[in-house]
Design a protein around this ligand. Structure first.
Ligand code: GTP
Ligand code: MG
Length: 200
């Protein structure tokens, strides 16, 4: 199925999960969106599904605090994750959702690909590498999506791409293709839909 056909179908919010035993049945292809707080995970889901308020986005790091499941057609789950790194929330709360996030990434049998979002201005940081190492150990294929491309000058993109390529070479679970996106301008969104449609 093409990305266009897949994403023409209705997407709905299924549930927000706060513990591993609350996960829905592992009976579909699942792709998740991981990344530092505020990198643009929820906005990307809204852009992919053409539904502005589906996943709640905001300028406050730590907006998404549960694992949010969205049903895409009857075949896929799209999973919006809490961010890692700095968040505007009490430490105890942040620690609890970081534990959940890691347990999910390491232990979800139907997780077919983790899209790891990286700010196109900043490249991969050490806090990202910790997550990439977890995905390596868990044998979860991951793919880097650069976000907020609209905030980077074309001449600066190559430098960030080089940095990301260099980091990815260290990770056995990395999928080599890097996707450059802007949820605001729509760049890369069709490409990412097509990629998701190939994940089976
Ligand atoms: P947490 O849930 O807190 O981890 O954040 P998140 O990764 O879900 O980020 P979210 O989608 O809430 O976006 C964070 C901020 O970045 C919001 O103010 C968005 O409007 C902004 N943003 C997201 N994507 C883009 C983009 O492509 N371009 C620009 N310019 N801003 C963006
Ligand atoms: Mg979010």
């Amino acid at each position: 199925r093409t990305g266009e056909a897949l994403f023409r179908r209705e997407t709905d919010f299924l549930k927000g999960v706060v513990a591993m035993n609350g996960l829905p049945p592992a009976d579909r292809v699942e792709v998740c969106f991981a990344g530092r707080s505020n990198v643009g995970k929820s906005s990307l889901i809204n852009a992919l599904t053409s539904r502005k308020g589906l996943a709640r986005a905001s300028n406050t790091p730590g907006r998404t605090q549960e694992i949010n499941f969205f049903t895409l057609s009857d075949s896929h789950y799209l999973v919006d994750l809490p961010g890692y790194g700095f968040a505007n929330a009490p430490l105890k709360v942040v620690e609890a959702w970081q534990r959940l996030l890691k347990a999910y990434l390491a232990g979800r049998p139907t997780l077919r690909r983790a899209f790891v979002l990286i700010d196109a201005r900043h490249g991969i940081k050490s806090v990202d590498n910790e997550i990439l190492e977890l995905l390596d150990r868990s044998a979860v294929t991951f793919q880097v999506v650069l976000t907020k491309a609209d905030k980077v000058k074309a001449k600066d993109i190559e430098r960030v791409l080089d940095q990301v390529r260099g980091e990815l070479a260290k990770h056995p679970a990395a999928f080599p293709e890097i996707v450059l996106t802007s949820s605001d301008k729509g760049d890369g969104i069709d490409t990412l839909r097509a990629i998701i449609a190939t994940v089976a």
